[in-house]
Design a binder for this molecule. Structure first.
Ligand code: IMP
Ligand code: MG
Length: 200
């Protein structure tokens, strides 16, 4: 896991951020290439650890991460499934987590690796873990691209974590603010302006 320090701020000019994002991005936290490198390493570890794996990807946020991860799995045998979970409105977790679109029985006796974008309050993964465990998988681990350093005592540990990041609201590389900015290439900290502008 790579630790991104609290004072890390990369300027928009340094990564040639598209001008249309200038007002919405406070600063860049992790440039695109660093994300790709890190994911390649994670994929290498997963490839080494598993003979066969069932990826359970948590939509929508983890999709970009998961697509990148899959490019580097070599000839690892895998199956995949997708669950859709949503808990955020504006920049806060609503606590009301909806998981849908998946028959958890499929996971029986599989080596399940849950792939999610970020571990924040831990509520989403708690809920999904509960459902997965009920279906009696052979093994169960978690992979997240980001883990936020915050004070939530969720007690969850992801075995495969890309980055430990400061407790900021981030956007880009699949992560959204009210469904915006998923297509932004870099991981960025959202600006106060954008939080107001796109509030629902
Ligand atoms: P939780 O608080 O650990 O349940 O996080 C739930 C979900 O909220 C994550 O899987 C993300 O989809 C979303 N989320 C949490 N923190 C952020 C953030 O900083 N930016 C965008 N989405 C976030
Ligand atoms: Mg998510």
């Amino acid at each position: 896991m790579e630790r991104i320090s609290d004072d890390r701020k990369i300027s928009k000019e340094d990564v040639l951020l598209e001008e249309k994002y200038y007002d919405d991005v406070e600063y860049v936290l992790i440039p695109h290439d660093d994300l790709l490198n890190n994911i390649k390493n994670l994929a290498g570890r997963i490839r080494n650890d598993y003979k066969e794996v069932y990826f359970l990807c948590v939509l929508e946020g983890a999709k970009v991460f998961y697509d990148e991860l899959k490019k580097h799995l070599g000839n690892l045998k895998f199956e995949e499934g997708f669950v859709s979970a949503k808990s955020y409105s504006n920049t806060g977790s609503t606590g009301d987590i909806r998981v849908k679109g998946f028959d958890f029985d499929e996971l029986k006796e599989k080596n399940v690796l849950i792939v999610d974008d970020i571990l924040d309050t831990g509520r989403t993964l708690h809920k999904i873990l509960k459902d997965v465990k009920r279906s009696k998988p052979q093994s169960l681990e978690i992979s997240v691209l980001f883990e936020k350093r915050n004070n939530y005592e969720h007690g969850l540990k992801a075995k495969y974590t890309g980055f430990s990041i400061p407790d900021k609201f981030i956007i880009g590389f699949g992560m959204d603010y009210n469904e915006k900015f998923r297509e932004l290439k870099h991981t960025c900290v959202i600006s106060k302006n954008a939080i107001e502008k796109y509030k629902v």
